[in-house]
Each structure stands twice: as C-alpha cells, then as structure tokens.
Design a binder for this molecule. Structure first.
Ligand SMILES: *Cc1c(COP(=O)(O)O)cnc(C)c1O
Length: 384
C-alpha cells in the first residue's frame, strides 16, 4: 500500500497568472472588458475563426446567453443528449424551454446524429451537440439537419477548447459555441467561460445581452452618445482579474494541450492489453476528430460493480470518478425534459464509465500505477 495519493485533478498554472493579475491591479483595471478581456477575445477569435468571442463568468452563463439570444419561449424544444452536464439543459429550462433528450452513439458517447431528425417537432428551436471529452460530434450531419429544418445549432464545447473537427475549431462550427474555463477543464481561470458567436446577425445582440441588456459596448466604442436599456439581459461578463489569469493560460494553450495529449496517449497505449483482455473498453476517436486530451475514461464490462472498483482504487490512494447521472433520470430532468425514443446507450454506457486522473504533472510511473491498480481492482470485483 502506497502512502502517496494520486488526486483526480490538479489545476495547472503557467506561472504568469499572478504577474498579469498584478498588471491589471496596478493599472486599476478591475471591472470587465479591459485590456486583458480584449486580448482574450482577440485570441479566441484568431484561434477559432469565430465571428465574435465574448468572455463570460462560466460556460453555464454562455449557455444562458445562448438561450436568450435564441429567444427561447415557454414550450420551445431543444434537442440535446441526456448524457451531459446539467447546464446544457438548465440554461434553456430557465427560459421555459423543454430539453428533448436523444440517445448517444456507442463509440464517442456523443449525441447520435442519426436519431435527431425523428425528434424534431414544430416546436423545435435548436440542437445542442455536446462535444464529450473534447471529441467532436458529427457536425456535418448535425448542421445539415439544422439547415434543412431551419434550426439553430449551439455547440456545448465546454470540454472542447483547442479540439477540432475536420480542421475546424470546436465552438466555431454552429451558430453559437460555448467554452468553459472552469478549474477542471484544460484552460482555466477558476470559474470562467466564453460565448462564441458565429452567426453574424446575433453578434450585436450578444454584446447587449451580456451588458445587462444595454448598448454599453457600442457607447464605449463611440458608436452611440449614451447607452440605454435595449432588451432583457444580465451581467454575464467576468472582472478583469479573471481575464488576466485566463490570458496567462491562453498564451500557453498550445503547450497545455500537447502536454495533456502525451498523458492521454500513454493511457491509451498502456491500456490496450486490458481492452484486448475484455476488461475495459477504451475511448474511440473518429478520424475526423482531433481531440484535446481533456479526459481519459474507460468503460467497464456490463455487470461489474463500478462503485466497488472505485472504492478499491481509492484504497490504493487513487482517486478516479464517474459522471454523469443522465439528465432524463434526474429529478429536474424528469420534470422539465422529454425523452425521445429509448435512451438505451445512455443508460448502459453512463453506468459503465470511469474517469482516470489526468492532469499536467502526472508522471508515467503514476499512470502505470493507476493502470495496474485499475486492473487488480476490476479483477477483485469480478472474482469477489
Ligand atoms: C463543465 C461543463 C459545463 C459547465 O461549465 P461551467 O464553466 O462550470 O459553467 C457545461 N457543459 C459541459 C459539457 C461541461 O463539461
């Protein structure tokens, strides 16, 4: 038994965070939309090719902005997976929208694009693909369906920063995209996020909604001589200290991604024998998807007690976790959502999934220990 614990997550710092925060502080830049926010906006726009990037205080906030921008009214339906974080659905429910849960694909655990069309009704307003583990949904098919049915696409790219689909940066493909910079994601600012506006007709309203429903941004640019209340909005922007922290991370986004991919790739090759032995299933990344090493998960064989496996690993000091409780089986999901068809893959895969520790600084020896412990833990649970 080892006395060295391996945590599930450990936030990575580039080393410049405090330096930039101090710069903002000494310049008395505290409220949002200062120099660092502008740098972050510019970086996201350059890197992703989106029309307009706007920092928010979380991905949750960016999704709430999306629901406002789409004018979601009570009874409007939004197609999304049930296998996702609560904010994907909650943002639309706040406006009276009805999440319509569609099953996921067996391979990527992403929204199954083949099932979307049958879930569309006259009330459907949008499709929200979630790029699980930074592996893209089948965006060509999804955008084609949306186009033919006159629906908008909001990419929940919370986990997809720096990942690509057929060369396109995630978040820049749909009408809107959302990023998360939460401490548990790849690029971080504690709490933080961004809305990526690709549909140019939504850009001006996005600025207004983010600034309490006012045209303050236009006022600061000198485009109007006073700013006034234009439409319902809220305060969705982060303060400048958060943006300064985020800037230190965005500058290193490329190297952060590469470092995570090295760790991901080691898991993937070292776990191949366990897959061959039928003990786990490894993640599947389609050829057209360039992922970002956000997450390494394994799927246990059906019937293996996941909670017992996690407990056995914890005894050895290894903190692995699982997620998500599918939204359609949660109390709020049952109340506010609707299920389309049967969610068999969602139900089965969500009960088999284990996420392994993945953070920059995690050593190869630690990874090998995690793998060895995973193996003995599965065996002991299967035998026991
Ligand atoms: C993390 C996450 C969110 C929420 O991000 P916050 O920045 O914490 O609000 C939303 N959707 C998905 C898929 C996520 O993984």
């Amino acid at each position: 038994m080892s006395d060295k614990k391996i945590p599930f997550n450990r936030p990575y710092m580039t080393g410049k965070e405090l330096y930039y925060i101090a710069e903002a502080k000494f310049a008395n830049m505290l409220a949002g939309d200062g120099i660092f926010t502008k740098r972050c906006h510019h970086w996201i726009e350059e890197h992703s090719g989106c029309n307009k990037a706007l920092l928010t205080h979380s991905c949750t906030a960016a999704l709430e902005m999306a629901a406002l921008l789409l004018d979601i009214k009570p009874g409007d339906e939004i197609i999304m997976p049930s296998f996702t974080f609560v904010s994907t659905a909650n943002a639309f429910v706040l406006r009276g929208g009805v999440p319509v849960f569609v099953d996921i694909r067996e391979d990527t655990l992403n929204l199954d694009e083949r099932l979307i069309e049958a879930a569309i009704t006259p009330k459907t307003k949008a499709i929200v693909p979630v790029h699980y583990a930074g592996v893209s949904c089948e965006m060509d098919a999804i955008c084609d369906i949306a186009y033919r049915h006159n629906l908008l696409v909001v990419e929940d790219a919370a986990q997809g920063v720096m990942a690509r689909y057929k060369g396109h940066t995630l978040g820049s493909i749909g009408d809107l995209g959302t990023y998360s910079f939460h401490e548990t994601k790849n690029i971080i600012s504690g709490e933080g996020g961004a809305l990526l506006v690709n549909a140019s007709h939504l850009a001006l309203r996005a600025e207004i909604i983010r600034e309490k429903g006012t045209d303050r941004s236009r006022f600061f640019r000198g485009e109007v001589d006073k700013y006034t209340w234009q439409e319902p909005g809220s305060s969705f922007l982060p303060g400048e200290l958060i943006a300064a922290f985020l800037w230190a991370q965005l500058e290193e986004a490329e190297s952060i991604t590469q470092k995570r991919l090295v760790i991901w790739n080691h898991y993937h090759s070292a776990l191949a024998p366990l897959e061959a032995a039928g003990m786990i299933r490894r993640p599947i990344v389609p050829n057209e998807c360039q992922h970002n090493g956000h997450m390494y998960y394994v799927l246990l064989p059906k019937g293996v007690d996941r909670v017992a496996v996690l407990a056995a690993m914890k005894k050895q000091g290894i903190y692995a976790v699982f997620h998500y409780v599918p939204l359609h089986s949660s109390p709020a999901g049952k109340c506010f959502g609707r299920v389309h068809g049967q969610l068999k893959v969602t139900d089965v895969q969500s009960e088999r999934l284990i996420r392994l520790p993945l953070w920059i600084g995690l050593g190869k020896e630690q990874q090998d220990k995690i793998i060895a412990t995973l193996k003995t833990s599965i065996s002991s649970v299967q035998d026991g």
